[in-house]
Design a protein around this ligand. Structure first.
Ligand code: KG4
Ligand code: ZN
Length: 379
């Protein structure tokens, strides 16, 4: 079959991204414009600011993705865009632009669920590594700033289907990293800096109580038949960190760190280390260890219960070094292969959107002209 070139566009949160993927298996270009600098002063993503930043970035980002791919608009076979979940205003920028472009070029447009995109980031990675031997059933942990989900993924002919068997009841794991970093004056986003600082602390120094899920999920009311679930909860651990800060009188040193780091334009790891005492480093390392262990324990429990053959771990938190190392060790003990996307494909990008669109292109599943953003879109 002739090669198929799909241009993917992603604007669900704070990254404006465009990429060209050939036949769902070869990354031809991948451009990600991060808005982190714009949101950093606020310690989190400001939705209106995100929409405005997407508006500024979308045209140059798409043009660069095409130029890097050596393609022109006419040589594309289709366009793909994230429909949801995400920030409504942010999603609308990508959708409106993709619709206009598809209409002007008379090319088909494919709407993609962002979470399905994260799963296809793993498949794209493995196809690029010439691994075509993925065994089913697959259990995918999608763990990012907005989501912590477990899906059983299946492929029939060209179509993929997903069954959600677990999700977070409150905060997503990445949200936990971001909130704890904010609390400790470690900047935004929290994951990358906590990842680096954790190697300097003792991960066994602070004991956090395991997350307790006492109630059935309210969203599952009327759906008692949904079977065994493997849900997560990460708001309790954030409260435990706050309590630790109070009990150990860390607030003064947090305020001093905030002031010192605010005076540095782009603080380096050395700058952070110079302003973190051993108590803080131990706290950060213990927090990360607790999250990592919980994610692995729940995923492996689900893998055993569902007798899966392969694990995927994807989303921004899948970039975490300790998570990768410990997951590989734990999965190997169970005799399960575990696949991660490369780090650039773990966090938000448009290559995963173009890759997820390819099976839909083959199946002729194109977007209706009047489709719109779905902020709480389910997978
Ligand atoms: O997938 P993503 O880019 O956006 C969402 O779909 O949410 O994920 C962003 C999240 C943020 O919460 C960020 O702190 C977290 O991923 N993250 C990490 C790491 N890199 C990014 N968390 C832990 N360790 C990392 N190295
Ligand atoms: Zn994401």
């Amino acid at each position: 079959m002739a090669d198929t070139y799909i241009l993917g566009i992603e604007s669900s949160c704070d990254e404006t991204a465009a990429a060209v993927v050939r036949s769902g298996e070869k990354l031809v270009s991948n451009v990600v414009f991060s808005q982190i600098a714009a949101h950093q002063p606020y310690g989190g993503v400001v939705p209106e600011l995100a929409s405005r930043e997407h508006l500024k970035a979308i045209v140059p980002v798409v043009r660069k993705a095409l130029a890097d791919a050596g393609q022109c608009y006419q040589s594309l076979d289709a366009l793909a865009v994230t429909q949801g979940p995400g920030l409504a205003g942010a999603l609308l920028v990508g959708i409106s632009y993709a619709k206009a472009l598809a209409f002007a070029l008379d090319k088909p447009l494919i709407a993609v669920n962002h979470l399905e995109g994260h799963i296809h980031a793993v498949l794209l990675e493995e196809r690029q590594n010439e691994n075509r031997e993925i065994k089913f059933p697959v259990l995918a942990l999608v763990v990012s700033g907005g989501h912590t989900h477990l899906y059983l993924a299946e492929q029939r002919d060209v179509s993929w289907s997903y069954k959600n068997i677990g999700h977070t009841r409150d905060d997503a794991a990445g949200e936990g990293f971001d909130k704890v970093a904010k609390l400790l004056a470690l900047g935004y986003p929290g994951g990358p800096i906590i990842d680096k600082l954790s190697t300097y602390g003792d991960p066994t120094a602070v004991k956090f109580p395991a997350a307790q899920l006492k109630h059935r999920d309210r969203n599952d009311k009327g759906n008692v038949e949904s079977g065994v679930r493997f849900d997560f909860s990460y708001s309790g651990i954030k409260t435990s960190v706050l309590r630790y800060v109070e009990v150990h009188s860390l607030q003064a040193s947090i305020d001093a760190r905030r002031k010192a780091l605010a005076a540095i334009e782009k603080p380096s790891l050395e700058n952070y280390l110079a302003h973190c005492d051993s108590k803080t480093l131990n706290l950060v390392a213990s927090f990360q260890r607790a999250i990592v262990e919980d994610l692995i324990a729940k995923t492996l429990a689900a893998a055993r219960a569902c007798d899966v053959a392969t694990l995927f771990v994807t989303g921004g938190v899948a970039a975490n070094n300790e998570l990768r190392q410990r997951f590989e060790g734990a999965a190997a003990m169970e005799g399960l292969p575990v696949y991660f996307p490369s780090r650039p494909l773990s966090t938000d990008n448009a290559a995963m959107i173009a890759a997820a669109a390819y099976p839909k292109f083959l199946a002729g599943q194109f977007a209706k002209e009047d489709f719109s953003a779905e902020a709480s879109m389910k997978l």
